[in-house]
Design a protein around this ligand. Structure first.
Ligand code: F6R
Length: 325
């Protein structure tokens, strides 16, 4: 809970650091010329890679391949070349799966960059260049503040590469603070619907797809409830058949995706599911969802950063409610 609450402060630290960093420009210049750009990590760090790929593609027009570290070796090692760039993402900088992927990348001669929290870790020693996450110690095993700063670092790089002035990022720390204040009381009202659940889904689309995966990971990791994250449009291709009375499904909706998400909501509520939608206030969502968790207005750019906060808090609250220390 302490680290969830630290997120706004460490995001401000990161933005401040990035503004004065000498490493950002050479990294961006190299990425721009790369044949392929790979974003590689495990667990939560991989989910940040997924969000980074959405930002690079949609803001900077730079396709990026997000990939889980062990699969990077199996799928891409034989195809890598010195023309490629990999950004290896890790809170600890010591995850063996990531270090193994770097070893394979090294043999190909590709450029290796790191996005890492622990300075002095193996990842900082073996990357050509690295950017720090500036989060301070992360003591908690479930990653929270390092995830939001990983996503913000990718957003910063994508805005620069897309020649979009990153000045709008200055309001992000305050927005994260507002999000915490706004969602905390809403989560306490809703937790009763989940305490007995054994199984649930988190569904997102576009930039909230990685958030659905990350929210599901946090829920599994600390509440021991099985929760699967998925692209919302995939739900009808099979999993929908598991839905029955009261089945909890959390949707995360961006302002541009409202019609799509509402159609997904209706598909599950007509089978009796409880559809909880995380989104900015919206009449259409409010009248179709079973419950809504309202975010402060922020627009689609910041949505991955704000929308993970209620899922982190829900994981914490449910864990406490279920009696886990
Ligand atoms: C989940 C979590 C893990 C880590 C993963 C990678 O809350 O903490 O999924 O994200 O083990 O760890 P790092 O980022 O240290 O490489």
């Amino acid at each position: 809970l302490k680290e969830i609450h630290e997120q706004a402060a460490v995001s401000a630290e990161l933005l401040h650091w990035l503004e004065s960093a000498q490493t950002v420009t050479p990294i961006l210049e190299r990425i721009q010329k790369a044949r392929h750009l790979y974003l590689v990590g495990c667990g939560t760090s991989y989910h940040a890679c997924l969000a980074g790929a959405v930002y690079f593609g949609s803001i900077a027009g730079r396709p990026a391949v997000p990939v889980l570290a062990p699969q990077f070796i199996a799928q891409y090692a034989p195809a890598l070349s010195p023309k490629d760039v990999g950004i290896f993402v890790s809170q600890s900088g010591e995850t063996k799966d990531v270090l193994n992927a770097i070893e394979a990348a090294r043999r190909s001669g590709m450029t290796i960059y790191g996005l890492v929290n622990v300075i002095g870790s193996t990842l900082t020693q073996i990357s050509e260049r690295w950017l720090p996450l500036v989060c301070g110690y992360e003591i908690s095993v479930p990653a929270t503040k390092t995830f939001t700063n990983q996503v913000i670092a990718f957003l910063y790089l994508a805005l620069h590469m897309g020649n979009v002035p990153p000045s709008s990022l200055a309001r992000l720390p305050e927005l994260m603070e507002q999000t915490l204040e706004k969602v905390e009381p809403q989560i306490s009202l809703l937790e009763q619907y989940f305490t007995e659940s054994r199984d649930m889904y988190g569904l997102g689309y576009g930039s909230t797809y990685p958030i659905a995966l990350e929210g599901a990971l946090k829920l599994k990791e600390v509440t021991y409830i099985h929760c699967e994250g998925m692209l919302s449009t995939e739900f009808k291709h099979g999993p929908l058949s598991a839905v029955d009375e009261g089945y909890p499904i959390i949707f995360i909706a961006g302002p541009e995706d409202v019609p799509l998400i509402v159609s997904g909501v209706n598909e599950v509520t007509c089978r009796g599911a409880r559809a909880i939608v995380i989104a900015e206030e919206n009449r259409q969502i409010r009248s179709n969802a079973t419950n809504m968790i309202t975010l402060p207005p922020a627009g689609s750019l910041f949505l991955p950063v704000t929308s993970i906060i209620p899922l982190q808090l829900l994981s914490y609250r449910l864990s406490v409610a279920r009696g886990y220390d």
